[in-house]
Design a protein around this ligand. Structure first.
Ligand SMILES: *Cc1c(COP(=O)(O)O)cnc(C)c1O
Length: 378
Protein backbone atom coordinates (compact mmCIF):
# COMPACT_ATOMS: atom_id res chain seq x y z
CA UNK A 1 0.00 0.00 0.00
CA UNK A 2 1.34 3.45 -0.82
CA UNK A 3 1.94 6.05 1.90
CA UNK A 4 -0.94 7.82 3.60
CA UNK A 5 -1.93 11.15 2.07
CA UNK A 6 -2.31 13.82 4.72
CA UNK A 7 -4.81 16.65 4.48
CA UNK A 8 -2.14 19.26 5.18
CA UNK A 9 1.63 19.18 5.56
CA UNK A 10 3.03 22.61 6.49
CA UNK A 11 5.53 23.67 3.85
CA UNK A 12 8.96 24.50 5.27
CA UNK A 13 10.77 26.82 2.85
CA UNK A 14 14.41 26.24 1.93
CA UNK A 15 15.85 29.28 3.70
CA UNK A 16 14.05 28.62 7.00
CA UNK A 17 16.96 27.09 8.92
CA UNK A 18 19.51 29.60 7.65
CA UNK A 19 17.23 32.52 8.58
CA UNK A 20 16.51 31.04 12.01
CA UNK A 21 20.22 30.64 12.60
CA UNK A 22 20.84 34.22 11.50
CA UNK A 23 18.07 35.44 13.76
CA UNK A 24 19.30 33.44 16.76
CA UNK A 25 22.77 34.94 16.35
CA UNK A 26 21.53 38.48 15.71
CA UNK A 27 21.01 39.49 19.32
CA UNK A 28 17.38 40.52 18.64
CA UNK A 29 14.76 37.87 19.27
CA UNK A 30 11.85 40.08 20.30
CA UNK A 31 9.51 41.71 17.82
CA UNK A 32 10.24 44.62 15.47
CA UNK A 33 13.73 43.30 14.65
CA UNK A 34 15.42 42.95 11.25
CA UNK A 35 13.38 39.92 10.09
CA UNK A 36 10.13 41.61 11.10
CA UNK A 37 11.08 44.55 8.88
CA UNK A 38 12.03 42.33 5.92
CA UNK A 39 8.96 40.09 6.21
CA UNK A 40 6.67 43.11 6.59
CA UNK A 41 8.08 44.70 3.42
CA UNK A 42 7.68 41.47 1.43
CA UNK A 43 4.15 40.98 2.72
CA UNK A 44 3.15 44.55 1.87
CA UNK A 45 4.06 43.85 -1.74
CA UNK A 46 1.47 41.06 -1.85
CA UNK A 47 -1.25 43.43 -0.64
CA UNK A 48 -0.81 46.31 -3.03
CA UNK A 49 1.84 48.14 -1.00
CA UNK A 50 -0.47 48.66 1.97
CA UNK A 51 0.91 49.10 5.46
CA UNK A 52 1.01 45.79 7.27
CA UNK A 53 1.78 44.91 10.87
CA UNK A 54 2.79 41.37 11.77
CA UNK A 55 0.80 39.87 14.64
CA UNK A 56 0.92 36.64 16.61
CA UNK A 57 -2.14 35.26 14.78
CA UNK A 58 -5.10 36.19 12.60
CA UNK A 59 -7.20 35.94 15.76
CA UNK A 60 -5.05 38.69 17.32
CA UNK A 61 -5.12 40.75 14.12
CA UNK A 62 -8.94 40.68 14.31
CA UNK A 63 -8.84 41.67 18.00
CA UNK A 64 -6.50 44.52 17.11
CA UNK A 65 -8.84 45.63 14.29
CA UNK A 66 -11.81 45.93 16.65
CA UNK A 67 -9.76 47.71 19.32
CA UNK A 68 -8.65 50.14 16.63
CA UNK A 69 -12.24 50.76 15.55
CA UNK A 70 -13.26 51.30 19.21
CA UNK A 71 -15.95 48.65 19.00
CA UNK A 72 -18.14 49.03 22.10
CA UNK A 73 -20.55 46.83 24.07
CA UNK A 74 -23.83 46.61 22.18
CA UNK A 75 -22.30 47.41 18.79
CA UNK A 76 -23.07 44.85 16.09
CA UNK A 77 -20.83 43.33 13.44
CA UNK A 78 -22.38 41.38 10.57
CA UNK A 79 -20.54 38.26 9.43
CA UNK A 80 -21.23 34.88 7.85
CA UNK A 81 -22.26 32.08 10.20
CA UNK A 82 -20.03 29.80 8.11
CA UNK A 83 -16.60 30.94 9.33
CA UNK A 84 -13.93 30.18 11.89
CA UNK A 85 -14.64 30.92 15.55
CA UNK A 86 -12.16 33.82 15.70
CA UNK A 87 -14.16 36.01 13.32
CA UNK A 88 -16.95 36.13 15.91
CA UNK A 89 -14.89 35.73 19.08
CA UNK A 90 -12.88 38.90 18.44
CA UNK A 91 -16.15 40.85 18.32
CA UNK A 92 -17.60 39.15 21.41
CA UNK A 93 -14.41 39.94 23.37
CA UNK A 94 -15.22 43.65 23.03
CA UNK A 95 -18.72 43.04 24.39
CA UNK A 96 -20.10 43.61 20.90
CA UNK A 97 -22.54 41.31 19.10
CA UNK A 98 -21.69 39.08 16.12
CA UNK A 99 -24.73 39.07 13.82
CA UNK A 100 -24.81 35.98 11.64
CA UNK A 101 -26.09 35.96 8.07
CA UNK A 102 -26.35 33.14 5.58
CA UNK A 103 -23.93 32.29 2.76
CA UNK A 104 -24.46 31.87 -0.98
CA UNK A 105 -24.71 28.22 -2.10
CA UNK A 106 -22.16 28.75 -4.92
CA UNK A 107 -19.20 30.69 -3.45
CA UNK A 108 -20.05 29.84 0.21
CA UNK A 109 -19.47 33.54 0.97
CA UNK A 110 -21.71 35.93 2.88
CA UNK A 111 -24.87 36.42 0.81
CA UNK A 112 -24.81 40.08 -0.22
CA UNK A 113 -28.54 39.92 -1.05
CA UNK A 114 -29.36 39.24 2.60
CA UNK A 115 -26.94 41.69 4.10
CA UNK A 116 -29.13 44.77 4.27
CA UNK A 117 -31.89 42.91 6.15
CA UNK A 118 -29.47 42.37 9.05
CA UNK A 119 -28.46 46.03 9.45
CA UNK A 120 -29.77 47.89 12.52
CA UNK A 121 -28.86 51.27 14.10
CA UNK A 122 -26.28 49.33 16.19
CA UNK A 123 -24.42 47.95 13.15
CA UNK A 124 -20.82 49.22 13.11
CA UNK A 125 -19.20 46.98 10.54
CA UNK A 126 -19.36 44.02 8.18
CA UNK A 127 -16.66 41.38 8.51
CA UNK A 128 -16.34 39.42 5.26
CA UNK A 129 -14.56 36.09 4.83
CA UNK A 130 -13.36 35.11 1.33
CA UNK A 131 -14.03 31.38 1.69
CA UNK A 132 -11.23 29.34 0.15
CA UNK A 133 -9.83 32.63 -1.17
CA UNK A 134 -12.82 33.15 -3.48
CA UNK A 135 -13.71 36.83 -3.29
CA UNK A 136 -17.00 37.96 -1.77
CA UNK A 137 -19.19 40.22 -3.95
CA UNK A 138 -17.25 43.21 -2.68
CA UNK A 139 -18.74 45.90 -4.95
CA UNK A 140 -22.22 45.09 -3.68
CA UNK A 141 -21.10 44.67 -0.06
CA UNK A 142 -19.10 47.92 -0.02
CA UNK A 143 -22.05 49.78 -1.59
CA UNK A 144 -24.31 48.61 1.26
CA UNK A 145 -21.65 49.59 3.82
CA UNK A 146 -21.25 53.02 2.29
CA UNK A 147 -25.00 53.61 2.24
CA UNK A 148 -25.14 52.90 5.96
CA UNK A 149 -21.84 54.53 6.92
CA UNK A 150 -20.31 51.35 8.32
CA UNK A 151 -16.86 49.81 7.94
CA UNK A 152 -15.85 46.70 6.01
CA UNK A 153 -13.15 44.49 7.54
CA UNK A 154 -11.80 41.46 5.68
CA UNK A 155 -11.00 38.26 7.51
CA UNK A 156 -8.57 37.34 4.74
CA UNK A 157 -7.15 34.20 6.39
CA UNK A 158 -7.80 32.24 3.17
CA UNK A 159 -7.21 34.91 0.58
CA UNK A 160 -3.55 35.93 0.43
CA UNK A 161 -2.54 35.97 -3.26
CA UNK A 162 -6.14 36.11 -4.48
CA UNK A 163 -7.80 38.99 -6.26
CA UNK A 164 -11.16 40.59 -7.05
CA UNK A 165 -11.56 42.59 -10.28
CA UNK A 166 -7.81 43.14 -10.45
CA UNK A 167 -7.39 44.17 -6.81
CA UNK A 168 -5.64 41.95 -4.22
CA UNK A 169 -7.81 40.42 -1.51
CA UNK A 170 -6.86 42.09 1.75
CA UNK A 171 -7.06 45.56 0.19
CA UNK A 172 -10.82 45.81 -0.32
CA UNK A 173 -11.90 47.10 3.08
CA UNK A 174 -10.68 49.39 5.84
CA UNK A 175 -8.50 46.62 7.28
CA UNK A 176 -7.73 42.97 6.65
CA UNK A 177 -6.56 40.19 8.95
CA UNK A 178 -4.15 37.57 7.57
CA UNK A 179 -3.26 34.18 9.06
CA UNK A 180 0.07 32.35 8.95
CA UNK A 181 -1.15 29.34 10.89
CA UNK A 182 0.41 26.11 9.62
CA UNK A 183 -2.77 25.25 7.71
CA UNK A 184 -2.63 28.40 5.57
CA UNK A 185 -0.88 28.95 2.21
CA UNK A 186 1.92 30.96 3.83
CA UNK A 187 2.82 29.84 7.33
CA UNK A 188 5.15 30.29 10.31
CA UNK A 189 3.45 27.84 12.68
CA UNK A 190 1.31 30.50 14.32
CA UNK A 191 1.20 34.05 13.02
CA UNK A 192 -0.80 36.74 11.35
CA UNK A 193 -0.89 40.32 10.14
CA UNK A 194 -3.14 43.33 10.02
CA UNK A 195 -3.29 45.09 6.67
CA UNK A 196 -4.31 48.75 6.89
CA UNK A 197 -6.04 50.79 4.22
CA UNK A 198 -5.40 54.03 5.93
CA UNK A 199 -2.11 55.57 7.04
CA UNK A 200 -4.03 57.35 9.77
CA UNK A 201 -4.73 54.00 11.43
CA UNK A 202 -1.11 52.91 11.50
CA UNK A 203 0.26 54.97 14.38
CA UNK A 204 -2.45 53.83 16.76
CA UNK A 205 -2.31 50.23 15.51
CA UNK A 206 1.39 50.09 16.35
CA UNK A 207 0.66 51.32 19.87
CA UNK A 208 -2.18 48.86 20.52
CA UNK A 209 0.01 46.02 19.25
CA UNK A 210 2.85 47.05 21.61
CA UNK A 211 1.03 46.82 24.96
CA UNK A 212 -0.36 50.33 24.58
CA UNK A 213 3.13 51.88 24.41
CA UNK A 214 4.86 54.01 21.79
CA UNK A 215 7.83 51.62 21.68
CA UNK A 216 7.64 51.31 17.86
CA UNK A 217 8.30 55.04 17.48
CA UNK A 218 11.15 54.71 20.01
CA UNK A 219 12.70 51.87 17.96
CA UNK A 220 12.57 54.06 14.86
CA UNK A 221 14.36 56.79 16.81
CA UNK A 222 11.42 59.20 16.63
CA UNK A 223 11.35 59.64 20.42
CA UNK A 224 14.00 59.02 23.09
CA UNK A 225 11.85 57.21 25.69
CA UNK A 226 8.69 55.17 25.43
CA UNK A 227 5.75 54.93 27.81
CA UNK A 228 2.11 53.88 28.25
CA UNK A 229 -0.08 55.98 25.95
CA UNK A 230 -3.20 53.90 25.19
CA UNK A 231 -4.79 50.53 25.91
CA UNK A 232 -3.34 47.58 24.04
CA UNK A 233 -1.96 44.11 24.33
CA UNK A 234 1.01 42.07 23.16
CA UNK A 235 0.28 41.18 19.55
CA UNK A 236 3.83 41.50 18.21
CA UNK A 237 5.50 38.23 17.11
CA UNK A 238 9.10 37.33 17.90
CA UNK A 239 11.65 38.05 15.18
CA UNK A 240 12.25 34.27 15.04
CA UNK A 241 8.76 33.76 13.65
CA UNK A 242 9.27 36.61 11.20
CA UNK A 243 12.40 34.76 10.00
CA UNK A 244 10.32 31.63 9.29
CA UNK A 245 7.71 33.78 7.56
CA UNK A 246 10.29 35.54 5.37
CA UNK A 247 11.59 32.17 4.12
CA UNK A 248 8.04 31.33 3.01
CA UNK A 249 7.57 34.74 1.44
CA UNK A 250 10.75 34.21 -0.62
CA UNK A 251 9.05 31.18 -2.18
CA UNK A 252 5.48 32.37 -2.17
CA UNK A 253 5.11 32.34 -5.97
CA UNK A 254 6.26 28.73 -6.27
CA UNK A 255 4.18 27.61 -3.26
CA UNK A 256 1.16 29.13 -4.96
CA UNK A 257 1.98 27.55 -8.32
CA UNK A 258 2.19 24.10 -6.71
CA UNK A 259 -1.07 24.55 -4.82
CA UNK A 260 -2.72 25.83 -7.99
CA UNK A 261 -1.57 22.76 -9.93
CA UNK A 262 -3.19 20.45 -7.35
CA UNK A 263 -6.37 22.54 -7.29
CA UNK A 264 -6.68 22.53 -11.09
CA UNK A 265 -5.97 18.80 -11.33
CA UNK A 266 -8.78 18.09 -8.84
CA UNK A 267 -11.15 20.41 -10.64
CA UNK A 268 -10.44 18.93 -14.07
CA UNK A 269 -10.34 15.35 -12.83
CA UNK A 270 -13.56 15.53 -10.81
CA UNK A 271 -15.69 17.73 -13.10
CA UNK A 272 -17.58 14.93 -14.92
CA UNK A 273 -18.02 12.83 -11.81
CA UNK A 274 -19.28 15.78 -9.77
CA UNK A 275 -21.61 17.08 -12.47
CA UNK A 276 -23.20 13.68 -13.04
CA UNK A 277 -23.70 13.02 -9.31
CA UNK A 278 -25.05 16.40 -8.21
CA UNK A 279 -21.85 17.24 -6.30
CA UNK A 280 -20.87 20.93 -6.20
CA UNK A 281 -17.26 21.92 -6.94
CA UNK A 282 -15.78 25.32 -5.93
CA UNK A 283 -17.23 28.29 -7.86
CA UNK A 284 -14.85 31.10 -8.79
CA UNK A 285 -16.81 34.02 -10.31
CA UNK A 286 -15.60 35.85 -13.44
CA UNK A 287 -13.01 38.46 -12.59
CA UNK A 288 -11.81 36.73 -9.41
CA UNK A 289 -8.64 34.79 -8.88
CA UNK A 290 -8.69 32.26 -6.03
CA UNK A 291 -5.32 31.41 -4.43
CA UNK A 292 -5.95 27.64 -4.16
CA UNK A 293 -6.41 27.63 -0.42
CA UNK A 294 -9.11 24.93 -0.26
CA UNK A 295 -10.60 22.32 -2.56
CA UNK A 296 -14.03 21.33 -1.29
CA UNK A 297 -16.89 19.19 -2.55
CA UNK A 298 -20.47 19.79 -1.42
CA UNK A 299 -22.39 16.51 -1.55
CA UNK A 300 -26.10 16.36 -2.39
CA UNK A 301 -27.06 14.92 1.03
CA UNK A 302 -25.85 15.55 4.56
CA UNK A 303 -25.33 11.89 5.53
CA UNK A 304 -22.77 11.50 2.75
CA UNK A 305 -20.19 13.75 4.44
CA UNK A 306 -18.96 11.23 6.99
CA UNK A 307 -19.44 8.40 4.47
CA UNK A 308 -17.08 10.04 1.94
CA UNK A 309 -14.55 10.91 4.66
CA UNK A 310 -14.60 7.24 5.81
CA UNK A 311 -14.39 5.98 2.24
CA UNK A 312 -11.26 8.08 1.64
CA UNK A 313 -9.78 7.12 5.02
CA UNK A 314 -10.05 3.46 3.99
CA UNK A 315 -7.71 4.38 1.11
CA UNK A 316 -5.41 6.19 3.58
CA UNK A 317 -6.46 9.61 2.34
CA UNK A 318 -7.18 12.21 5.00
CA UNK A 319 -10.09 14.53 4.19
CA UNK A 320 -12.15 16.68 6.48
CA UNK A 321 -15.36 18.62 7.13
CA UNK A 322 -15.24 22.36 7.85
CA UNK A 323 -17.00 25.01 9.94
CA UNK A 324 -19.98 24.18 12.12
CA UNK A 325 -22.62 26.97 11.95
CA UNK A 326 -21.57 29.60 14.49
CA UNK A 327 -25.15 30.79 15.08
CA UNK A 328 -25.91 27.34 16.42
CA UNK A 329 -22.81 26.96 18.63
CA UNK A 330 -22.95 27.36 22.44
CA UNK A 331 -21.02 30.64 22.38
CA UNK A 332 -22.73 31.84 19.20
CA UNK A 333 -26.11 31.57 20.90
CA UNK A 334 -24.80 33.27 24.05
CA UNK A 335 -22.93 36.19 22.43
CA UNK A 336 -24.37 36.51 18.94
CA UNK A 337 -27.67 36.74 17.20
CA UNK A 338 -29.16 35.62 13.94
CA UNK A 339 -29.38 38.38 11.32
CA UNK A 340 -31.09 36.14 8.77
CA UNK A 341 -32.14 32.49 8.80
CA UNK A 342 -29.12 30.37 7.75
CA UNK A 343 -30.40 27.28 5.91
CA UNK A 344 -27.54 27.26 3.37
CA UNK A 345 -24.92 27.42 6.15
CA UNK A 346 -26.61 24.50 7.90
CA UNK A 347 -26.83 22.27 4.84
CA UNK A 348 -23.34 23.10 3.51
CA UNK A 349 -21.77 22.55 6.93
CA UNK A 350 -23.27 19.03 7.03
CA UNK A 351 -22.33 18.04 3.49
CA UNK A 352 -18.95 19.63 2.67
CA UNK A 353 -15.70 17.63 2.43
CA UNK A 354 -12.26 19.20 1.92
CA UNK A 355 -9.63 17.22 -0.02
CA UNK A 356 -5.89 17.22 0.78
CA UNK A 357 -4.21 20.37 -0.57
CA UNK A 358 -0.58 21.29 0.08
CA UNK A 359 2.56 21.86 -1.99
CA UNK A 360 4.02 18.44 -1.08
CA UNK A 361 1.41 16.42 -3.02
CA UNK A 362 2.82 14.61 -6.07
CA UNK A 363 0.82 14.12 -9.25
CA UNK A 364 0.50 10.43 -8.23
CA UNK A 365 -1.00 11.49 -4.92
CA UNK A 366 -3.47 13.74 -6.71
CA UNK A 367 -4.43 10.99 -9.14
CA UNK A 368 -4.97 8.63 -6.18
CA UNK A 369 -7.27 11.14 -4.47
CA UNK A 370 -9.27 11.69 -7.66
CA UNK A 371 -9.67 7.94 -8.26
CA UNK A 372 -10.70 7.35 -4.65
CA UNK A 373 -13.34 10.09 -4.81
CA UNK A 374 -14.67 8.76 -8.11
CA UNK A 375 -15.03 5.29 -6.61
CA UNK A 376 -17.39 6.64 -3.93
CA UNK A 377 -21.05 5.80 -4.69
CA UNK A 378 -22.88 9.10 -4.21
C1 LIG B 1 -7.44 30.22 10.24
C2 LIG B 1 -8.51 31.23 10.34
C3 LIG B 1 -8.54 32.17 11.37
C4 LIG B 1 -7.63 32.13 12.55
O1 LIG B 1 -6.30 32.21 12.22
P1 LIG B 1 -5.18 32.10 13.37
O2 LIG B 1 -3.99 32.67 12.70
O3 LIG B 1 -5.06 30.65 13.69
O4 LIG B 1 -5.64 32.90 14.53
C5 LIG B 1 -9.52 33.15 11.35
N1 LIG B 1 -10.43 33.20 10.36
C6 LIG B 1 -10.45 32.30 9.36
C7 LIG B 1 -11.48 32.43 8.29
C8 LIG B 1 -9.50 31.27 9.33
O5 LIG B 1 -9.53 30.37 8.35
Amino acid sequence: MSAAIRFNVPYVAAATEAYLHESLSSGTLCGDGPFTRRATAALSELVGGRDTLLTTSCTHALELAWLLLDLRPGDEVIMPSFTFVSTANAVALRGAVPVFVDIRPDTLNLDEQRLEAAITPQTRAICVVHYGGVACAMDEICAVAERHGIAVVEDNAHGLGGSYRGRPLGTLGLMAAQSFHETKNLQCGEGGALVLHDDALKDRAEILREKGTNRSRFIRGAIDKYTWVDVGSSYLPSDLLAAVLLAGLDEFASIQARRQAVWTAYDDGLADWADSHGVRRPTVPEGSHAPAHLYQLVLPQAGQQSALIKHLAAEEIQSTFHYLPLHDSDAGRRYGRLGTPCPVTESVSASLVRLPLHPGLSSDDVARVIAAVQSYEV
